[in-house]
Design a protein around this ligand. Structure first.
Ligand code: ACM
Length: 269
């Protein structure tokens, strides 16, 4: 499957302008199966406070940003993943949506909130879903979730072949650990990072796509709005053998160190 990241600098607080930017960048994409956009791609990141974030939030079923993505997914006959500022009732979530040619497939809500996000968003309450699509099994994590190996592992145990990772990275570490997460879980990771500066935060670009061998197969610049593309064979993620005698999953000693509080793999799956 062909995967493209749209790396750009969202304009803070201007959903329409961000739709325009995304439209312009996607014109460069001819054929694609999966497009991944950054965290909070429609609004930007640094909300002054919760009130400002509420004004800029959108509901899953009534969002001009998600309607735009849905029409693009339908026209291009592809899947799209993007971060957005989700409102449900009076609660806000830092969410990532998976949209297919027929509309919304599912949502993930960021589990591990970063810094001031704790004053604005609720921690995710939808667990770690994996969506079985025509192009393969896909999980999602958002930005600072990168810090928690458990989240990558659980998605991989649930048979995700690809983890899409919309991000607004400000620390210099993530891009050096995702190749290892790809390797130890034998999966593809698509980290779609943003660019630009908002108040005291500078976002680091350098979006990356990594494969089950832990190789970086595509990467972006640190400062340019661009499309980053790689062809990936999701079948490779089904093979967990690292030598003829070592299965990266079956060799785990869950009898010694447990299995995320669950008794067996079948309870994880
Ligand atoms: C982050 O989680 N946006 C750093």
């Amino acid at each position: 499957m062909r995967t493209s990241i749209i790396q750009f600098a969202p304009v803070f607080g201007d959903i329409d302008e961000n739709i325009k930017k995304i439209k312009k960048l996607t014109k460069k994409i001819k054929t694609v199966d999966l497009i991944v956009l950054p965290e909070l791609a429609s609004t930007g990141y640094k909300f002054r406070d919760r009130d400002e974030a509420i004004v800029l939030s959108e509901r899953l079923q009534n969002s001009r940003y998600l309607e735009f993505l849905s029409s693009m997914a339908s026209k291009k006959s592809c899947y799209i993943i993007s971060g957005f500022n989700e409102r449900e009732g009076e609660k806000l979530y830092n969410s990532s949506v998976l949209i297919g040619p027929e509309g919304i497939v599912g949502v993930y809500r960021k589990l591990h909130l970063f810094w001031d996000e704790k004053k604005i968003f609720e921690p995710g309450n939808l667990g770690l879903p994996v969506f079985d699509t025509e192009i393969g099994k896909i999980g999602m994590l958002i930005c600072f979730d990168w810090m928690f190996p458990e989240a990558w592992r659980i998605l991989a145990l649930k048979e995700a072949a690809v983890i899409a990772h919309p991000a607004n990275l400000v620390l210099p570490y993530c891009q050096s650990v995702t190749p290892s997460y790809s390797l130890v879980n034998r999966i593809f990771i698509v980290t779609a990072n943003r660019l630009g500066t908002e108040e005291n935060l500078t976002f680091t670009g350098n979006s990356v796509i990594t494969n089950p061998k832990g190789e970086i197969i595509a990467y972006g610049s640190f400062d340019k709005e661009e499309v980053i593309t790689a062809d990936i064979d999701t079948e490779l993620a089904a093979n967990k053998m690292i030598t003829p005698e070592n299965d990266a999953f079956k060799d785990r000693r869950i009898d010694v160190y447990g299995n995320f509080g669950m008794l067996s793999d079948s309870e994880v799956l």
